[in-house]
Design a protein around this ligand. Structure first.
Ligand code: NAG
Ligand code: NAG
Ligand code: NAG
Ligand code: NAG
Length: 589
């Protein structure tokens, strides 16, 4: 099945587009019976998978409903009982609503490569509640074809800011979408139980199960080798299991929430691409786009300086602003008189929105996309829209081959958008009373922050305006932890928290890392001098060393430490230096 056919949410995330070694649907999750004890099964060629049963409602033990969490791990390069074994690292790719399983398939080896120094780690991820292969899945439509049609209709209205009429039509549809979700939420529905504190509680359950399984295994090893296993067991029993966690983007919210709710469960905690937890939990989404336009400017400047390497740079250009002027003129021209082209026999209209759309992926991932953007724009200015059409299609809704899916037991083909909406809207304050006039201003405010992403970013909170289901459990802070104690003290982290940010991030600006780290005593923030979403999307030997030393010793560098990347958009790394792939948000194109 084509990898493009499943839709992963990456509003704030790293869910990828590229094909992985094993496809997400190359394993039948129905072949695993969910269990209350962690039981791994071989899957996806080199991974181990499990479905762990946890309560639907962590706050009410009389509620009989359960969730089966889909978990996968990439085993460490050494056995668990090897002295070099460094334990399990939990990872989350962001979203909210990003699939951890998909992330592990694509990026597990990169995470392991960066983490492994003197020690070898196993990398674990999971599909959070409502997402991917975790069941029950959040699905307001319950039918792929109806969802596809709805998404196409929505797209046909145009962007939120297209016109007053478009805004009102989107408003009406959004209220109906909320009703659809509410109507689907019958007894036992996952929708009121999706929010971040429940996911934190799931993580504690997974953590405890991992340790219990290891203890069981070392007990049986002890029975055969005598002595050693028992000693290891006693050592671990001296403390509660502690997590090693590495989260990206929304995964920084999850990590920050975990540390703030469960400080005594923190062993190591790295977060990269930092969201402002207070802004996110308020549901306002106003602290994301502060540096976005600086990246657009960086594109034009660096393209100008790159000379022949950038197709948009012409011999007649005497300064970087000349490039920008040509593109802006073209944008104004198609805004005035849109161009229509055929993609095969399909009619595609190119207006200003489509030009802005071409920037969406590149601002997230300059390293892999700037050179292409130069070509896309250069071609378009010369009347060749082939590449631009590919970009427009890559963010638009896709029609599924419904017939071939009808009898399929795989569930990754169903969108995770409903999970995404319900997680973030539930985490945030109720937005159903805000009203259309509020959103009219809100859209303008975000467009004022960023012309390139603002109009699109506004759709996130806009979707919450119709979702009336309120979550059972919210955590709104404070986002702080007690001082760490490396000698292992109950209720305290075993190490300070470690924050990473790029210099210019399109949706999680550096200032968030500074502000969030300040609230955690001893925490440090590191700035990697690259551009794009999350430090790990650009290779850096310097950042890698900091990660390895932190994992091994629990030590952090001074806050404000600067790391150089190993390459930049116009001077790519060697082939073997793989960087994490960044997904652009797939919301309303
Ligand atoms: C919800 O479902 C559970 C389990 O099936 C059942 O015990 C409970 O009575 C139901 N509650 C309502 C309000 O229908
Ligand atoms: C248009 O651009 C594409 C991609 O760069 C290229 O393959 C194709 O040959 C171009 N078409 C024309 C007519 O130049
Ligand atoms: C799906 O299952 C139905 C009934 O079990 C069968 O009639 C139909 O041919 C199947 N469709 C496909 C595409 O396999
Ligand atoms: C790994 O081992 C070397 C040699 O013992 C040591 O210098 C280094 O600090 C260790 N840790 C890391 C993260 O390199």
């Amino acid at each position: 099945m084509a990898m493009r056919s499943f839709s992963l949410l990456g509003l704030l995330g790293l869910s990828g587009f590229a094909a992985a070694a094993a496809g997400i649907n190359d394993f039948d999750w129905d072949s695993i019976t969910p269990s209350r004890k962690l039981e791994y099964h071989p899957c996806y060629e080199e991974l181990q998978c499990a479905r762990l049963v946890v309560p639907l409602d962590w706050l009410d033990d009389t509620n009989p409903h359960t969730v089966a969490v889909a978990i996968a791990k990439l085993p460490a390069k050494v056995p668990d009982d090897d002295p070099a074994f460094g334990g399990t690292i939990f990872t989350n790719p962001g979203g909210p609503g990003g699939s951890g399983i998909g992330f592990l398939l694509r990026e597990g080896h990169i995470l392991q490569d960066v983490a492994d120094g003197n020690r070898s780690y196993e990398i674990l991820s999971w599909d959070p509640r409502g997402v991917g292969f975790t069941s029950p899945k959040a699905d307001c439509y319950g039918d792929i074809a109806t969802r596809d049609v709805a998404e196409l209709q929505e797209k046909a209205i145009g962007p939120l800011d297209a016109s007053e009429d478009a805004l009102k039509r989107h408003w009406a549809r959004t209220q109906a979408y909320g009703k659809l979700c509410a109507d689907s939420a019958v007894n036992g529905s996952i929708l009121p139980f999706l929010t971040t504190p429940s996911v934190v509680r799931d993580m504690v359950a997974i953590l405890d199960e991992i340790h219990e399984l290891r203890d069981t295994e070392s007990r049986s090893a002890e029975a055969t080798d005598g002595g050693d296993g028992q000693k290891r067991l006693e050592l671990r029993k001296a403390d509660v299991p502690r997590i090693q966690y590495w989260g990206f983007s929304y995964g920084s919210i999850l990590g920050n929430t975990f540390a703030s709710m469960e400080p005594g469960r923190v062993g190591r905690l790295i977060i990269d691409g930092i969201s402002n937890a207070n802004d996110y939990m308020a549901g306002t989404w106003l602290k994301n786009l502060q540096d976005t336009e600086k990246i657009v400017e960086y594109f034009y400047k660096s393209c100008f300086e790159a000379g022949d390497k950038c197709a948009l740079r012409k011999p007649s250009d005497s300064k970087w602003e000349d490039l920008r002027t040509r593109v802006d003129d073209f944008k104004a021209q198609v805004a005035d008189v849109p161009i229509s082209v055929f993609n095969d026999k399909r009619i595609v209209v190119i207006s200003a929105t489509e030009i802005l759309t071409a920037f969406r992926r590149p601002v997230y991932d300059p390293l892999k996309s700037f050179a292409r953007l130069g070509q896309v724009l250069s071609d378009a200015l010369e009347g060749n829209y082939t590449l631009l059409l590919e970009d427009i299609d890559s963010v638009g809704p896709k029609l599924h081959d419904v017939c071939s899916l009808q009898n399929s037991s795989t569930i990754a083909t169903i969108s995770d958008k409903d999970a995404s909406h319900n997680i973030m809207c539930g985490d945030g304050e109720d937005a159903t009373k805000l009203g259309l006039p509020y959103f009219r201003d809100y859209i303008q405010e975000l467009k004022g922050q960023s012309e390139t992403l603002g109009w699109y970013w506004a759709t996130i909170r806009f979707a919450c305006s119709g979702l009336a289901i309120r979550p059972k459990w919210r955590f709104t802070g404070p986002f702080t932890t007690p001082e760490h104690d490396a000698s292992i003290v109950e209720g305290r982290p075993a190490a300070p928290l470690l924050f990473f940010s790029t210099r210019l991030d399109p949706v999680t600006p550096l200032r968030n890392a500074v502000a969030m780290a300040e609230n955690h005593p001893g925490a440090a923030w590191v700035v990697q001098e690259s551009t794009g979403h999350c430090a790990l999307s650009t290779p850096s030997e310097c950042s890698k060393k900091i990660v390895q030393e932190y994992l091994e010793f629990g030590t952090v560098p001074e806050s404000g430490t600067s790391c150089q990347p190993d390459c930049d958009p116009w001077n790519p790394c060697e082939e073997d230096k793989l960087a994490m792939k960044v997904n652009i948000a797939e919301h309303i194109a």
